[in-house]
Each structure stands twice: as structure tokens, then as C-alpha cells.
Design a protein around this ligand. Structure first.
Ligand code: GCU
Length: 872
């Protein structure tokens, strides 16, 4: 490779030839040039530095990172200009986006034009506009509902790349699809591709409160609200809308389903209109969650009875007012009679009554109403073994089939409980034939690791979407993905809704790798036939580039992650074992029992699981069609991975796999924790292949996950051991030979205490400082053989303090840190339990290992144990 630095060649030549004049008297200059050359050479030979520029994650999958020179060449014959047929905000967004993407990836700035092309160009427009401009062009006429066509052809005599949409949104989606191909290095020379979304309504719900907090949001505070108002700066809202549009999302309900009636106040509506203004150019319709008691709370009526004419009038006037400010308003989302929300039951009315009164106000404007089927009694009598929360949605909504207006969509969570790590498909999907339906998926990982554990949910969603619920009896298959499109029973509409909950954090949701779930949701809503691996591969290429090692490694990690998470957090379909009365994060299985919430495990010393059979149980299985009933009703047929959802069995029951339930639980928790540890080493193989900032951020999350997976493993296995009194056949559970419990160390200041629940700490005890001001010390002598070790310190990191820890060996400090991760816990328990790994320590017998804790506020530097393992 020839590197030319002006002035250097001639000078170097003179130097080589011994002609010093003009060089030696400029020695400093020569040196500088030599340095310049060396630096340039390093840059050129060290690979493509621009691909490894520091990144925050803010661009997510829309980075438009410069392609390698060799790849850029592939796109040299693309047109130099982009012209738009038609005039609208969405079309000009499409044009800007194409210019932005091409510039970012290929380094060229396309000329922006309007109207018929006067040279070879990208031509953007709706199919109708393109037909009008070039009637001779034979483009597929079968394009509808936000679909697009990418093709090439002659327009006005010029060879053009055509991006045609069924509507304006389709044009924008076509542009994103085209750019995605370039980012993934695909050939675009001979394009001819038509894409049509699978469902008309592809919405996200944000559970943002008007004060700026987010219910189950793990990416910081709201981008939509702050302190009761819509903020002046909506930059992040625009960026979010761009991300959503890039995967085909066309609606967004911006406030919590536990709706603050204040969202409908007269002075708040103009603020919402500002969000709609930002959304509009990205083809996204604003929607709002509403509280059904609004006629009373906001309108000042004495009632919110849906059959009262004054109530109907309230909704009509309020809706008209909204449309006068937001002409393209999408509609409302309703959560009623659920978890303490007001609802039509207060007046003996049905969800159909409540839905229709609001839907009728939306109807003249073309708006829709999503009514959530997440309606259940959370004061169920747990002593009645026939009670079953899983039955609620079907029991309530199935009898109402046919009573909902045509612009109502019943929004059904994928499973009958609540976004657990594994649930069967909600039977309600098969129970509505004369009602529009949408599937509600939770993108945010409320019960699946809260964006601290890697858990790619697309494989789970795929299982739900592909599940044939046999809604049409012996007729054609009725997979959920087709039912929610409305096509099965010729419904006018249907859709996908994803609970997204992004925040102001640069990563949007708190974790770069978790954004694959938002991407995957959009892609599946567009095309549920895409495979999980295709989606993971696409997302990785767009987010991290096309380096084969990176693509292979991250895709494999994503695809393995749900199974790993399920394995260490409670398999066999038991439902969540998180603290359901707390943050739904770490293990606390007893929280599910003996209360009205209905997430019962029904565990005693003989067995575990909910009997939901028709024969002897709650009858839930009877809500499915006969073919599906057959799959679940008998123990012989029921798949292992849903066994405990449907059946109560002894711990010694033998699974299809040949293992007993109890041994499966023990083994899978060890396997799952091992898998989480593997993610760390997989990620480390990418050092230098991913930019440093994202590399470090992801590594620290994965290391945390590996530690917390051990917390999960031990807590759940110990809990099962106590319940069943059946030991682990492999002798691991309850035996940790490399572990030194803090309470058994020599303590100076530290005081032992009991942890609740007991399985949340090793040995059910930990130590803590008695007062916020005193430093405490726990120490012990190493008694193993001399060698290299890693030392793991298990401590508790609460969010109400930032204790300091220092570890020393024979008075030499080997590590120190501050416990200031913002975990969802105010006390030492399995939510706050955290592992610090100190690798590569040379230890000899007799070495004194000391942990010093300096408490802070209510966090008293709590410590659980130390584990010393041979270095791997
Ligand atoms: C879960 C979640 C709540 C949420 C509810 C819902 O129960 O924990 O925060 O409000 O689902 O979907 O309405």
C-alpha cells in the first residue's frame, strides 16, 4: 500500500541519497512527517477504525455506519439523486432518510429532487403517484395497507430504482427496507420485492406516567412526560418514532394503561398534540390510554355508567375535541376492572358496553379502541382449589363475542396469566370469532430479567404465534398469527401490540442487547413468518456490523438466552418465581402462594403445580378446542415444559425426558447458570470486534447476569429442597465446598442477621454493619492448596445506599468497588444479591483474606459469602 504524505517522498529521497540540505535543517518537520506516516499506516493496517467508533446505543439498529471500502464499491451504480412524487410530511421524511442512510453508509450525498425524474434516480411515491407519472410502467397493482414495492424500471425514460408504497407510510417503510439491505451488505442491483404487513394495526404501548416515571421501565425516565407535562424538547420522541417506523410500527399509546385521567384534561390535550406532531412525519398515530371513570373524574358527571347517555355524550365531546387538535389521532386503550382499575362492573355492565360507548365516539373519525382482556379478580380465594385466574379472560370475554363494535379490538396477552417466562397460548384467541383481536406481547422484560439478564423473547413469541389453536374445529389451521390478522374469520381489523416502555437512557431500554426485542417485535408484527434466527441475524448486523464473528456470536447468544433464563428461573411451566408482591425480578417463590393474586404454585411437601384439567382441576383446559385439550389434559401427552402449568404432580413424577421433576429442577438450574456464564466468555471473544463502549457495557451486564443466575439457581434449588426434602442426586444443592459464609468469618463490626425469605441468601444468613457510620471487617484464612484462584464476593447492592467494599489479601488491596447499581431492592434479598468476581489471585494456605465494608445510608454494606474457585 502506498501512503503519500506531501513533501515526505522528496525529503526522504534526499535523506537516503545523503543530500542533507532542506531536510536536516528541518529535522523537526521530518520527524513530524515520519510520525504522521506511521500513524496513518497504523490506521490503515489496523482494520477499519470507523466501524469501531465509540457508540452509546442511541442509534440502535439505525446506525448507518460506513461500510468497508470493498463493500461500498458494490453500490456504485446506484442513482445519484432521489425524487419524490407527491408532497407530504411522510414522503419528505422518506426522502431525508434515504439521503441520510446513503450518506452514512456509502459516503455519498444524493441530490434531492421533486416530481418526475430528469435523470437516473431513486423514485419515491405511492403506487398511484407512480402510475400517474409513468403509466407505461407495469408495477404490481396488488399492494395494500402500508405495503411497499422495491424494484427497478424506466421512469420517463431513465433507469430508476423505484420505492413504491401502497400509501405514504409504505414508501417510508420501503426506504427503511432498502437501507437495511445496504447495511447488511445485500445486493440491491436487481431488486424486485413486494412486502405487505401481516396485520393492519402494529402498535406499541408505553406505560409512562405523567410525572415522568415508567411502570416497569428500565431505561430511565419518560421521553414523553416530565413532572405532569409534555416536555418542551421532544428530540428523543422523534428519534423513537424513527426507530418504530423503521420496523413498521404505526401507532403508539404514550401513557400507562393504568391511566391517569389527567391525560384527558382540556389543558393537557394540546400537549399531547405536540407529541402527535412529532409522530406524524414518521407515519405513527398517537393513541392514549384512558380511564373509564373519566366521565366522572374529568367530566364532573355523577356516573361513568357506559349506558348512561350523558356518559356517551362526554366521550363524544372529548373525542371530538381531541380530533380537532389531532386529526390523525389513532384511538384509545382501555384497562378496566383489572388490578383495582375502575370498570363497567361497578354498574353491572359488561366490557362490551364499556368499549362500545367509547368506540362510537371514535368511529366517525376513523379511530379504534383497544380493550384489554387482562381483566381478573386479584382477590381470589386461594383456599378454593377450583379458583383459577387463568380462566378469567375467556370466562369474561368469550360470552361477549359478537357484542363489540367493529372498531373495537380486544387486546389479549399472549398467555392467560401475565407475561411469564413460559405460558400456554391464551385460549381467548380461539374464543373470539365475531370480535377483532390483537395479541399483546411484552417487549420490556418485566418478568424475564428486567433488561439485566439477556433474554431474547422472539423465540417465545414465535411459539405463540405459530401455535394452532384449532379455532375452526376441523377446518383449516388457525395459528394465532393468522387469527390476530382478522383473516381467519373475516374481521375488519386486528393487530399486534407491544409493551415497550423505553426511556431517556441512551440505550432506550437500559441494555444494548435487549433492543433486539423491540426490533424483533416490529419485525414479527410485520411478518410473523420470519424465523427467530433470521431476526437475530438481521438485528446483529444492523446493530454491530457484518463482521462474521460478531454476527455468529451475538446471534447464537440471543437465540440461547430465553432457554437459559427459563432454565435457571423455574422451568416446567410453573410460572414466575420472582417476587410477585415486589418488583417481579429476583427469586421469591413463596410470594406467589396464599394470596388473592392467583399466581399459585400449589407447592407442598408432596408435589407442585396447578391442576387445570377438566377431569379433576379448575377446568381451564376446557377453554381450548378439543384438539388442544387433548394435548394438555392427559399427563401422558402434556409437554414437559408446560407440565406444572397444567398439572399437580409429585416431585418424583417422571418426565418424558426420563428425569424426575425434582431432579429436572435441580439440573436445569445448574445448566441455566452455566449457560449464563458461557455468555460472558462468548462475549469476551468479541473484544476488539465491537466498539469499546458497547463492549464494556454489555460485558458488565453479562457478568452481573452470570452472578445473579447463581443467586437464582441456589435460591430455587434450596426452596425445592426444603419443600420436597428430596436431595439432589448429584449432591450439589446445599453443598458448596468452596464457599465461606460471611457469618462464619471472623467479624469486626459486622453482625450476622437472618435474611427473608431464607433462600435469598446462602445459609439463610448474611452480615451487615450495625450503624451507617462504622466501617466493618470480615476475614478468614485461606486453607486450600497454593495456586491461582478467582475469588467471588457475594454482597447486597440496595438502591438506598452506595456502600464501599475493599478486599485485601495479607493487607494488600486486591479490589475495591462501590455498590451503586440501581437494583430494585431496598433491603438485602435476592433482588439485591450481587456477585463481584476478582479473577487471577495467587493464594497460599494461611493467607488472610479480608473484606472491608463501609456502609452508606440504609445500605449497611451487607455481605453474604465468599467463594474461592480454581482459576478457569
Ligand atoms: C402486570 C404488571 C402491571 C401492569 C399489568 C397490566 O400485572 O405488573 O404493572 O399494570 O400487568 O398489564 O395491566
Amino acid at each position: 500500500m502506498h501512503v503519500h504524505v506531501k513533501g515526505f517522498d522528496s525529503c526522504a529521497q534526499r535523506w537516503y541519497q545523503g543530500r542533507r540540505s532542506g531536510c536536516f535543517d528541518a529535522r523537526g518537520k521530518l520527524l513530524r512527517r515520519l510520525l504522521q506516516v506511521t500513524f496513518l499506516a497504523i490506521l490503515l493496517f489496523a482494520g477499519a477504525p470507523q466501524r469501531l467508533r465509540a457508540e452509546t446505543g442511541e442509534d440502535a439498529w439505525l446506525r448507518y455506519a460506513p461500510l468497508d471500502q470493498a463493500d461500498v464499491a458494490k453500490y456504485q451504480s446506484l442513482p445519484a439523486s432521489v425524487t419524490v412524487l407527491g408532497d407530504s410530511a411522510v414522503l419528505s421524511t422518506a426522502q431525508d432518510e434515504l439521503i441520510r442512510g446513503v450518506k452514512g453508509m456509502l459516503g455519498n450525498t444524493l441530490r434531492a429532487e421533486n416530481g418526475a425524474p430528469s435523470e437516473s434516480a431513486f423514485v419515491l411515491g405511492t403506487l398511484a403517484e407512480i402510475h400517474a407519472a409513468s403509466p407505461a410502467l407495469a408495477l404490481s397493482g396488488d399492494l395494500h395497507g402500508d405495503g411497499f414495492l422495491l424494484t427497478t424500471g424506466r421512469v420517463h425514460g431513465f433507469a430508476c430504482t423505484i420505492i413504491a408504497g401502497a400509501d405514504e407510510r409504505g414508501v417510508l417503510y420501503g426506504v427503511f427496507a432498502f437501507l437495511s439491505k445496504i447495511a447488511q451488505n445485500e445486493n440491491v442491483a436487481a431488486l424486485d420485492e413486494l412486502q405487505q404487513p401481516a396485520v393492519p394495526l402494529r402498535w406499541v404501548n408505553e406505560w409512562d406516567n405523567l410525572n415522568g416515571s415508567i411502570e416497569h421501565g428500565f431505561g430511565g425516565r419518560s421521553i414523553f412526560f416530565d413532572n405532569g407535562a409534555v416536555p418542551a424538547d421532544l428530540t428523543r420522541v422523534g428519534e423513537y418514532a424513527r426507530l418504530l417506523a423503521s420496523v413498521g410500527i404505526n401507532g403508539c399509546a404514550v401513557n400507562n394503561v393504568n391511566a391517569d385521567p389527567g391525560a384527558l384534561h382540556d389543558d393537557f390535550l394540546p400537549q399531547l398534540a405536540r407529541i402527535a406532531d412529532v409522530f406524524r412525519r414518521w407515519g405513527i398515530q398517537l393513541a392514549v390510554s384512558v380511564d373509564v371513570s373519566s366521565p366522572k373524574v374529568v367530566g364532573g358527571l355523577e356516573t361513568f355508567d357506559p349506558l348512561n347517555p350523558k356518559v356517551a355524550e362526554f366521550w363524544r365531546a372529548k373525542t371530538d375535541q381531541i380530533y380537532s387538535l389531532i386529526p390523525d389521532f389513532g384511538g384509545f386503550v382501555v384497562k378496566a376492572d383489572s388490578e383495582g382499575r375502575p370498570g363497567p362492573s361497578a354498574y353491572g355492565r359488561t366490557p362490551a358496553d364499556a368499549a362500545n360507548v367509547i368506540a362510537r365516539a371514535l368511529k366517525p373519525h376513523g379511530g379504534v379502541l383497544f380493550y384489554r382482556a387482562f381483566v381478573y379478580d386479584h382477590h381470589l380465594d386461594w383456599t378454593n382449589v377450583k379458583n383459577d385466574r387463568a380462566r378469567a379472560a375467556y370466562d369474561i370475554f368469550h360470552p361477549l363475542d359478537g357484542q363489540f363494535d367493529d372498531n373495537v379490538i380486544v387486546q389479549i396477552k399472549n398467555g392467560p396469566i401475565d407475561f411469564q417466562v413460559r405460558e400456554p397460548v391464551s385460549p381467548l384467541f380461539g374464543g373470539l370469532k365475531k370480535t377483532n383481536q390483537a395479541i399483546e406481547l411484552q417487549i420490556v422484560q418485566e418478568y424475564t430479567g428486567q433488561e439485566r439478564h439477556l433474554c431474547f423473547l422472539v423465540p417465545m413469541w414465535k411459539q405463540v404465534l405459530d401455535f394452532d389453536i384449532h379455532a375452526d374445529g376441523a377446518g383449516a389451521p388457525t395459528p394465532v398469527k393468522v387469527l390476530v390478522s382478522g383473516k381467519t374469520f373475516n374481521r375488519p381489523t386486528g393487530g399486534f401490540v407491544g409493551v415497550s416502555n423505553v426511556g431517556l437512557d441512551p440505550t432506550w431500554d437500559g441494555y444494548v442487547l435487549a433492543m433486539a426485542n423491540l426490533y424483533g417485535f416490529g419485525r414479527l408484527a410485520w411478518n410473523p413468518n420470519l424465523s427467530a434466527s433470521a431476526i437475530a441475524d438481521e438485528w446483529t448486523r444492523l446493530t454491530f456490523g457484518n463482521d462474521p464473528l460478531v454476527v455468529r456470536t451475538i446471534t447464537a447468544m440471543q437465540l440461547a438466552s430465553w432457554h437459559a433464563y427459563e432454565s435457571y428461573t423455574g422451568p416446567l411451566g410453573l410460572g414466575t418465581l420472582t417476587n410477585i408482591l415486589g418488583p417481579h425480578y429476583g427469586p421469591a417463590p413463596d410470594s406467589a402462594e396464599n394470596n388473592g393474586w392467583g399466581q399459585w404454585l400449589r407447592a407442598d411437601h408432596d408435589g407442585i403445580g396447578m391442576d387445570r384439567t377438566v377431569a379433576t382441576g379448575t377446568g381451564f383446559i376446557g377453554q381450548y378446542s378439543p384438539a388442544v385439550q387433548k394435548l394438555y389434559e392427559s399427563l401422558a401427552d402434556c409437554p414437559d415444559n408446560l407440565l406444572l402449568f397444567f398439572h399437580h404432580v409429585p416431585y418424583t413424577y417422571v418426565l418424558h425426558s426420563g428425569k424426575t421433576v425434582i431432579q429436572h429442577v435441580y439440573d436445569s438450574h445448574y445448566d441455566g447458570a452455566d449457560a449464563a456464564a458461557t455468555f460472558v466468555s462468548q462475549w469476551k471473544s468479541l473484544d476488539g470486534h465491537v466498539d469499546d463502549d458497547r463492549y464494556a457495557a454489555v460485558l458488565s451486564r453479562l457478568q452481573y447476569q452470570a452472578g445473579h443466575a447463581i443467586v437464582w439457581r441456589d435460591a430455587i434449588n434450596n426452596w425445592f429442597l426444603v419443600k420436597s426434602a428430596i436431595p439432589d442426586a448429584r449432591g450439589r444443592v446445599g453443598h458448596n465446598p468452596n464457599r465461606i459464609e460471611a457469618e462464619s468469618m471472623q467479624l469486626d463490626g459486622y453482625v450476622p442477621f437472618d435474611i427473608t425469605p431464607p433462600e435469598a441468601a446462602s445459609g439463610a444468613k448474611a452480615v451487615r454493619c450495625p450503624a451507617p457510620t462504622e466501617k466493618c471487617v470480615a476475614k478468614f484464612r485461606f486453607s486450600g492448596a497454593a495456586g491461582w484462584y478467582e475469588l467471588d464476593v457475594e454482597y447486597f447492592d440496595q438502591s438506598n445506599g452506595a456502600s464501599k467494599f475493599r478486599v485485601s489479601v495479607n493487607d494488600q488491596t486486591v479490589d475495591r468497588w462501590i455498590a451503586d447499581d440501581h437494583l430494585p431492592a431496598l433491603k438485602p434479598n435476592a433482588d439485591s444479591s450481587t456477585r463481584r468476581r476478582i479473577p487471577g489471585l495467587a493464594l497460599r494456605p494461611g493467607d488472610e483474606i479480608q473484606i472491608e465494608g463501609i456502609p452508606d445510608g440504609l445500605e449497611r454494606a451487607p455481605l453474604d459469602y465468599v467463594e474461592i474457585l480454581p482459576r478457569k
